[in-house]
Structure formats: C-alpha cells, structure tokens
Write a protein that binds this ligand. Structure first.
Ligand SMILES: Nc1nc2c(ncn2[C@@H]2O[C@H](COP(=O)(O)OP(=O)(O)OP(=O)(O)O)[C@@H](O)[C@H]2O)c(=O)[nH]1
Ligand SMILES: [Mg+2]
Length: 455
C-alpha cells in the first residue's frame, strides 16, 4: 500500500445535481489544483490558509478555456479526513463538466482513486480506526434513522472505545501471567489464580454483552429478512401491497399469480425490513410456478421472520399444515387474512400468536406491525444505538470469548504460564482485528473495496 501519490475521484453520485465534487488527496493535491484554477482576485491555493473556500474558474491549461465555474475547499494536512492535503472542487453537477474537471486533474498528475481509498488513507494515517472506517460505509448505506444513529455512534468511536478498554484489560491480565513466566521458581499462588480468573470473567461478560447487542444491531444494519408465505390466493401479495402502501405486486383472483420472489424495503418503528412476497405454495406441474415454489421454500429457510398467511374464510388445507410444520423452527407470525368474509378457519394451537387482518380492507395492519417489531426483537425493545452491527465484529468477539474460555480451562488444569499466555495472545489478536490493529491484509482489502469510489 503506497500513499505517497495523489488520488482523485468524483465524490458525488452519478447523474445530474446542483453540484458535483471532485476530491483530491495527497502531497500534490494543492499543486495540481493550482495548475488548473484561476481566481479573479489572483488567489493561489498554496498561499491560502487551511479550511478556506476560494471562488474562481477551472481553466484548461493548454487552451486556457474555462471548463467550469467552481468553489474550491482547501484543507491542508494534518487536520483533514485523510491527514493529507485535501482539495474539493465544487463544480456544477452535470455529468460533462465534472468529468472534464476530473480528467484535467488526472492529466496534471493525480491518479484515479480506488473504491474507498480516501477512507483507507484515513485509516492508514491513523485518523480513524477500522471500526470507524466501516462505520463511514454504514452511515452512507443506512436506511432508517435508528441504523444511521448507530452508525454515527460507531463513527464517533463508541464501539472502538469499548474494544480498546477490553484490550487494555487483556493486556493487564497477560502481564500478570507473564510475571510467572519471568519468575518460574515462583508457584502460581491461589490468590493470584483467583484474581486472574475473576479478571478474565469480567472481560468475558463485557464481550458477551457486545455479542448480545448484535442480535439487534445486525437486523438494524442488514434489515430483517421477512418472508410472506402461504398457499396460493390467501392474499400474500395483497398483504405486501398493504404494508408498503403501494401496488407493488400483482393481485388477481387466480391462484398462482406471483411466480417470483418480490422484495421491498419497509421501515416499521425504526426497524428496517426486507420484505419478500413469494409464490403461493402447492404442488404444480407448470415449470415457472414450480421454480417459484422452490424459491418460496428457500425464502422460508433464509428468513429471519416468516409471515405465514392463512385464509380465514376457508378451512385449514393440507398445504397450510405443511407450511406450519416447515416454519415451526422459525420466528413466525401466523397471519389470518380475509377477516372481512365469514370465517371458517380453525387453528387452535396457533391462535394465540396469530394476528387477524384484512389485507383488502386494510384492517389489523398496525397490530401486525407491532407484532412484527416485538417478535423480531424478542422483547429487546430498547433502541440500542450502541449495538454491534457488523458480522465481522461479532466473529472477532466470539473468537476472543472462546480464547478466554480456553484460558480459564487451562488455568484450572494448572497448565504452565507459557500456554496460558498463548491463549491470551490469541484473545488479544482477535479483539484487535475489530479496530484494525491485527487485521490481516486480505480482510482490509475486502473491507475497503466494498466502498464506493470517491469515499
Ligand atoms: N375478501 C378479501 N379478499 C382478499 C383479501 N386479501 C386478498 N384478497 C383477494 O384474494 C385474491 C388473491 O390475492 P393475492 O394477494 O393475489 O393472493 P396471493 O396469496 O398473493 O396469491 P398467489 O400469488 O397466487 O400465491 C385476490 O382476489 C384478492 O383481492 C382480504 O383481506 N379480503
Ligand atoms: Mg401473490
């Protein structure tokens, strides 16, 4: 990884907009910008104080033709996002003018940035740690206020602070163990064994608490995968449309209308849902419908939550029973639809968890929404904007926890301090991966390559 060159990219989304920003970072950012910028007051960027904005024109240095009228933000190292000199050229937001400016910047010595390379430099130059860098992406990608708040907290360093504290406690514990390696003639006393045991338990508790918060946090970040399933014609697509409040899926009186999985996003009380309408399940010969049924069964498997739709106006079918069975190990809400018609359905054992609705008339929907939130969060209703939201972090926390567990086991077996110290070293490495202290290069690469260009 070399950071001695100057990178440039368009940092605003493609398409037309009021403004578009070309961003530069690196040791030649100011020189390059000066070579194509003319201010009417003859201001030079290199003579300008940091954190100022200059007005002027970008000129083609060969033809001296004006390319665009711009504002230039000047941010000089080290008080910048990347800790390098940063120049942001605010152009007009059309596709042509911003691309011409980018091309000029490249012609004059900058290199096109890789995805996430600005953030990567911020990380490599110690401006933010890895968990904060990941939070940058989460802020951009968040879909609800709750998930955005959680991402901003992580960006502020709240999670990193907790991780650093755990690391420090692990280092203290490791130091205790090391004393017995350094003075082998001293036997490990019961008192200090107890102390080490208690310290490691305390760290494990903190880890468990973080892992626990991820149950909510992962949903917050990824969206709760919710599958609407049921046999044909029970009103699954009608339910999807009612929930998202638009005519998203086709509804007809003919069974077998939906053939493919239709996905929509929905925000219920801050809980992001990826809600999927599926093909009605029955045994069929039609090839396309058969494939649809296969996908529906897969959707049940993959779902975090299953909305099992039953037709209240008909007795329970064999297929209903099969679906009740197929989804029994899932978080599931039986939804009894068509309650506007006379009711013939009998489901004694599922009744208490079920919610009655009429997708057609729009009744019972707010009760269903409440039930979705409580079922999804398992009573964990407190909005926890400090939650761990990243599966990579969860894995690292679990690895740390496992090493600490092994540490205590070995301690009880009176294993020699050298071996105990190995377990703690592993715990330290695992927890350090979260903030980028011990993260392998390939993982770093993967993380930053998932960013957009210009971030
Ligand atoms: N009376 C009444 N009819 C409903 C209700 N919900 C849906 N329907 C009707 O039931 C029929 C089937 O609705 P869909 O939403 O297409 O059913 P589906 O489960 O998606 O069906 P497939 O895609 O074929 O599996 C349509 O004629 C709807 O108008 C309801 O609450 N009450
Ligand atoms: Mg349908």
């Amino acid at each position: 990884m070399h950071t001695d060159d100057t990178i440039a990219a368009i940092s605003t989304p493609a398409g037309q907009g009021g403004i578009g920003i070309v961003r530069l970072s690196g040791k030649d950012a100011i020189k390059i910008a000066d070579s194509i910028f003319r201010s009417s007051k003859k201001h030079r960027i290199n003579k300008t104080r940091s954190h100022r904005i200059l007005y002027g024109h970008i000129l083609d240095p060969d033809s001296k033709e004006p390319v665009d009228e711009v504002l230039i933000s000047v941010m000089k190292a080290p008080r910048t996002f990347t800790r390098e000199d940063i120049i942001e050229i605010n152009c007009h937001g059309g596709a042509v003018s911003i691309r011409r400016v980018l091309q000029l910047v490249i012609d004059n010595g900058a290199r096109l940035a890789n995805p996430g390379e600005f953030t990567q430099r911020a990380f490599l130059n110690g401006r933010i740690d890895l968990a904060q860098a990941e939070a940058v992406l989460d802020v951009i990608n968040s879909r609800t206020i709750e998930s955005q708040k959680t991402a901003v907290n992580q960006l502020k360093g709240n999670l990193s602070g907790k991780i650093r504290k755990i690391r420090e406690e692990l280092i203290d514990l490791a130091a205790l163990v090391e004393t017995y390696i350094d003075f082998p003639e001293e036997d490990m006393e019961p008192l200090s064994l107890k102390d080490m045991h208690n310290r490691s338990l305390k760290i494990s508790k903190a880890l468990e608490k973080l892992i626990d918060s991820a149950k909510y946090g992962l949903i917050l970040r990824e969206g709760l995968r919710t599958a609407i399933v049921g046999r044909p014609n029970v009103g699954k697509s009608s339910l999807l449309n009612a929930l998202v409040e638009k005519d998203r899926a086709i509804v007809t009186e003919a069974p077998g209308t939906t053939r493919d999985v239709i996905e929509e996003y929905l925000n219920i009380q801050g809980l992001p849902l990826r809600i999927m309408d599926t093909a009605g399940i029955r045994s069929v010969e039609d090839i396309a419908e058969k494939e649809g049924v296969r996908r529906s069964l897969k959707a049940i498997e993959d779902a975090d939550l299953v909305l099992l739709v039953l037709d209240g106006s008909e007795p329970l079918h064999k297929t209903d029973k099969e679906l009740i069975d197929k989804s029994k190990n899932k978080k599931r809400i039986p939804v009894i639809n068509k309650t506007d018609l006379s009711q013939k359905l009998k489901i004694d054992n599922l009744k208490k968890d079920s919610v009655k609705i009429s997708a057609k008339k729009g009744t019972g929907l707010s009760r269903l929404k409440n039930k979705i939130v409580t079922t999804a969060l398992n009573g964990n209703t407190g909005s926890n904007t400090e939650a761990v939201t990243n599966i990579r972090h969860v894995h690292a926390l679990e690895k740390t926890l496992a090493s600490l567990h092994a540490f205590r086991e070995e301690m009880h077996k009176r294993t020699s301090p050298e071996f105990l110290s190995v377990e703690l070293r592993e715990a330290l490495d695992a927890v350090g991966e979260i903030i980028g202290i011990t993260t392998p290069d390939d993982i770093l690469k993967r993380i930053f390559s998932s960013f957009c260009i210009g971030k």
